[in-house]
Design a protein around this ligand. Sequence first.
Ligand code: ACO
Length: 269
Amino acid sequence: MAEAVLGGSAEDVSIKEAGLRYEVDGEIATITLDRPEKRNAQTFATWSALARIGDDLPEQVRIVVVQGEGPSFSAGIDLRMFTPEGVPGQGSFSSVAQLDNVSFEQRIEQAQQGFLWLRRPEIVSIAAVHGHAIGAGFQLALACDLRIVADDVKFCMKEPALGLVPDLTGTKPLVDLVGTAKAIDICLTARFVDAQEAFRIGLAERVVSGAELTQAVRDKAAELLSTNRDAATATKRLLQGARGRTLEEQTAAERVEQAARIKALFAVS
Ligand code: ACO
């Protein structure tokens, strides 16, 4: 009973069946949300497949690009979850609502694993976002380190309008990027944020035309790959920890990372 309700079969679904494409080319991995006819709506199977990609990511990969096929990056969670029938093999919100809190939270935690690995220090993740990025789509873009967007982008945190909270790891990066007041404005109105506003408030690093998006992401990947791999990892670790540390703690962390770097670079064996 619990497995069916929890969507245990989502684990067994192939990457393709989960609505994704996945390619690795040297140091760059590209994940494409590939259900354009449904505007790349996401299911538990999508998140489970994303988590598996993260688990099996080849060690040589330094850049992960997340993009969407068709007119939208992603229209968010598959709306069949709101119907009594739900998504075949994965249940519905009404079936999941029967679960005890611990099981329910475990299920959400599994879904979150599909997003969290995109922040690993060893990689830089880039969301190439065009068209609609709604709900889970917005949160997937927020799960990435950088967002390069097309000028037709429309971000929307739709969850509160549907009676939900954003729970796919998006609330912290949103607040970190735009501040609490702007995050309240965006989430509690569920309004659309266009490309110019996204750039102005720090949600997007760069705005380009739709035709330029792929090349802009390639260029950024090449720039990121031009620095030393281990130094990039250590620096990302430092930057990620900076907000949670005092200046004294941060400078101590810098010393630790630098000692390791200089020993690695110059120690005589
Ligand atoms: N889940 C399932 N199917 C979807 C979803 C979705 N989230 N979004 C779009 N589709 C389907 C439509 O039902 C339609 O299918 P059909 O051709 O079989 O009828 C197809 O995708 C195309 O959708 P349109 O609405 O015709 O496309 P359009 O480009 O006009 O609009 C838009 C795109 C704005 C994204 C619109 O589809 C939409 O508002 N979708 C729902 C967004 C939403 O509320 N998502 C949930 C957010 S909350 C969360 O993610 C936790």
